[in-house]
Ligand binder design. Sequence first.
Ligand code: DMJ
Length: 553
Amino acid sequence: TDLPRSPPAAAEPRHASPAAPRRLREKLRTAARMAGPPAHTAPGSRQQVQGGERRAEPATGAPAARETRAPFRFDYERFRRSLRHPVRGRRTGEDPETRARRMKIKEMMKFAWDNYKQYALGKNELRPLSKNGHIGNMFGGLRGATVVDALDTLYIMELEEEFQEAKKWVEKNFDLNVNGEASLFEVNIRYIGGLLATYYLTGEEVFKSKALELGEKLLPAFNTPTGIPHSLFSPCSGMSWSWGWASAGSSILAEFGTLHLEFLHLSELSGNPVFAEKASTSQLVLNRVEKPQGLYPNFLSPVTGNWVQHHVSIGGLGDSFYEYLIKSWLMSDKKDSEAKKMYDDALEAIEKHLVRKSAGGLTYIAEWRGGVLDHKMGHLACFSGGMIALGAEHAGEERKQHYVDLAAEITNTCHESYARSDTKLGPEAFRFDAGTEAMATRLSERYYILRPEVVESYMYLWRLTHDPKYRQWGWEVVKALEKHCRVEAGFSGIRDVYTTTPTHDNMQQSFFLAETLKYLYLLFCEDDVLSLDDWVFNTEAHPLPVNHTNFKA
Ligand code: DMJ
């Protein structure tokens, strides 16, 4: 999701974390088992995950011989043996055109990185027109968002020198002792996600230790009566808040619902179940709460655990919550059946109440405001074609084709939102009312900020169907980016997709390197590069491994 910034409401008092209920403990046992037998864990480790709880101290006798126990050690070699495909694939039998297109995208990544490095290294984003850096106020004093977001893309594209530059910055300059007000969601998906993914890809300890150190700083945000985290936290003071604009101090579905993948891996790598416990509490609260028509509204009180407003959207404010349900199930090696059921039920309700077909035959997902449909689809909602494609394979024989078709129809509609613009890039939101189809009607919705969601869906649909049109559509985006967004010192968003002489917004978003270019690149790779058998992508396109339970170590 993407959220407006505003000052936090008055600081709320910190609350004690609720005790983990019995069902949660059971769930955590399952989560802990995802790591497999204690081959991942040094025997007798102090923080060994056992049944989801820290190992009990001996009741009597000599003091525990803690000091002599080996510290927890994640078995990286064992993890690598669990993968079914080489991380960067085998590169066999491809045609020259596909290779040339992939190389073009690699060149775009190098250009984006080189300019960031030259003009903005250590700042959060590059301003490619003014040739300087942007810090912003989303990350609470953390810096280098573009470095951390770019790491795994540089690695996958085999931009070795550039990867080393980024790694060096993390080693020498990435300071976690910062103060300020940070978004839990943004820090999690970009920094934690980027660091975890790069650790799993490379085995370099620095990425793991930074991820775990930062992960600890997120924990105070969960100190609420329900365990549903606040949206904002201070890495230094441990205080947390809700957004000032979120009614009645509510937390946002797409924020507290988009932690599960990263937090399970924080537990996996640290041996400390607290992260999995925090993320599972949110899932449990959401599973229990009554849902209007089976739908999940976007605002929930972290104090009462009840909905605050009945606005439902698969775009901004709601989006990645749904994505993390199906991906949690896939990442658990299909063991987290609660997440799968929540996903299946949610998708059924979405299809019944929000999916509509326009007069011109375009399938879209509307928003829902207390039972009334707003016939608008945000660019953010275009990730859903890819999500539904990813889930389709596991929907059961009778539903599978239906979901493949639905995913293809939604992705087609998102492609139309690009095809109907003068730049061939899509607007921030498009509507289906008053004779309009798949176009923005408001001036304020005409911009494009280098977002990934449409090419993300092309990538998933390509892998599912191998229909060449998805590669053609991806290539149209590459050409449009080159024509309208490439400037002298990087790539910039544009303010109006309906004019061929667009004004640039002077911002190269970090997600352009993390997501847009990565998904485009993967679209022109063989399927075994970051194979979906082995990896799930977090919502910032950082690959996190599936916990294969069935392999010979
Ligand atoms: C990214 O940070 C993530 O994809 C998030 O889930 C939504 N917004 C941006 C990209 O548009």
